[in-house]
Design a protein. Structure first.
Length: 191
């Protein structure tokens, strides 16, 4: 190979190696990446619950007659069911986002008052969950009930979340362990 090409390749390799984080920076980057991946998976599972609800409503409308109930009631039941199914995943996403916000608050505001750090760590996950719900609402418009019913469903979901927080956390943990076990089995089969 020509000498300029070799020098360019060596310079590129050296540049890539200098970009790699080392020590605590690499550990923090791995932790942050893992948290973001888990949040993304939980958001995908939440979205899947709503997409499945939308699909099932479409199949039900085409395949067989639904019981005699008005459209508002049907949408309320479908949306409420999808929301209930997605609650463990939303709780897990909230908990991961809270951990990430605490980590970032400690990194960015190490010299600040603990109260400010705590406020930062509380606001970020709440805003994130609100944005996730807005995104879900935007693509599940076809099953959204009227605003008054929607607000009452969201209030009911908040009350269910408060009442069943720990059981939902345990359920999500069992689901996560089962997922990792399945992935590890698949990896062992390929090896």
């Amino acid at each position: 190979a020509p000498a300029p090409a070799i020098r360019a390749a060596q310079a590129y390799t050296a540049w890539l190696q200098s970009m790699q984080l080392q020590g605590d920076g690499a550990t923090l980057a791995r932790i942050i990446a893992r948290i973001l991946l888990q949040v993304l998976v939980n958001c995908a599972m939440t979205a899947a619950a709503f997409v499945a609800a939308i699909y099932l409503v479409g199949v039900a409308e085409r395949s067989f007659a639904l019981p005699d109930m008005d459209e508002t009631t049907q949408k309320s039941i479908v949306f409420g069911g999808a929301l209930l199914i997605s609650l463990p995943f939303l709780i897990a996403a909230y908990r991961k986002l809270k951990a990430l916000a605490l980590l970032l608050a400690e990194m960015v505001m190490a010299q600040q008052v603990p109260l400010i750090q705590r406020a930062f760590a509380e606001i970020i996950p709440l805003v994130s969950i609100a944005l996730i719900m807005l995104l879900i609402g935007s693509f599940s418009r076809s099953i959204l009930p009227p605003m008054v019913v929607l607000l009452s469903l969201l209030l009911a979901a908040a009350l269910v979340t408060l009442a069943l927080w720990r059981p939902f956390v345990r359920l999500h943990t069992r689901l996560q362990v089962a997922l990792f076990d399945t992935l590890n089995e698949k990896a062992d089969e390929k090896a």
